[in-house]
Ligand binder design. Sequence first.
Ligand SMILES: NC(=O)C1=CN([C@@H]2O[C@H](COP(=O)(O)OP(=O)(O)OC[C@H]3O[C@@H](n4cnc5c(N)ncnc54)[C@H](OP(=O)(O)O)[C@@H]3O)[C@@H](O)[C@H]2O)C=CC1
Ligand SMILES: O=C(O)[C@@H]1CCC=N1
Length: 263
Amino acid sequence: MSLTIGFIGYGAMASAIARGLVDAGVVVGGDIVACAAHYDALAERAAALGVRPLHSAVEVASAADVVVVAVKPHQVEEVVGPLAHELAAPGRFVVSIAAGWTLERYRALFGETEVHVQCTIPNTPMEVGQGVLIAEAAHTLTDEQTATFERMFEAIGLIERVDTAHMDIAMTIAGCGPAFADMFLEALGDAGVKHGLKRATAYRLAAKMIEGVGALQLATGAHPGVMKDAVCSPGGTTIKGVACLEENGFRGAVIKAVDAIVG
Ligand SMILES: NC(=O)C1=CN([C@@H]2O[C@H](COP(=O)(O)OP(=O)(O)OC[C@H]3O[C@@H](n4cnc5c(N)ncnc54)[C@H](OP(=O)(O)O)[C@@H]3O)[C@@H](O)[C@H]2O)C=CC1
Ligand SMILES: O=C(O)[C@@H]1CCC=N1
């Protein structure tokens, strides 16, 4: 794809997307430009992929065909607001990954200036081409820009379009969920070590198990309860652990964690 992709903010999520795009062959590192608050640290991080570090957001906005807004949500107004003129250049479009930012908020930010915007929420597994990208159903990309957007992100994950009203809950499941899954992975690793497994072995077993469970559910569409029942042999080992998780409010704790984010 002959495109320049610009990241305004090049932290954890932006660099995961960049790595995914380069490894998937969507672009080469030299087709990516980025800026951050601290130029020297950016230059070091960018070198890993051959990404071109720039000194300011306005330089990124002027150089890129696709501008990815990847600063913290509370910084979008201050950092991206003044760039409306550059972002409105013909052919250019914005992909926002900032939590809580919707098309309506960008419209208010840019006022009269017509900028093509697609709001999204990615997740960290994009780094290895196994991500999810929540995309707001309402957007202002042209058909051609939409095709470019889809070609870019389909290479590194599943694109799931949701209504504006469901952006926050979709973000919580797919965008925040990796941290919950990481905690589960870490806990299984600790338990494995407690019972004598090498840590690396325990993580490998737990990670592949989590990957496989996701793949099985996606392939069969089976109800998770049915999948769980298939593992629990009558009078067997698994049901003892399941009963213990129920006693400790495992599922309730997960639902409460989601409530804590979406309110
Ligand atoms: N992490 C995740 O899993 C996900 C994150 N997101 C969204 O992605 C965005 C970034 O999050 P994340 O990557 O985790 O955060 P990070 O803190 O890792 O990255 C933020 C980046 O913004 C840069 N920055 C700060 N101020 C400026 C500025 N004035 N001009 C240009 N760049 C600036 C920082 O620079 P420096 O490094 O020099 O300080 C850093 O590179 C957020 O909006 C978040 O909601 C969405 C989904 C998932
Ligand atoms: O924690 C955060 O705010 C970001 C948004 C979704 C995942 N990480």
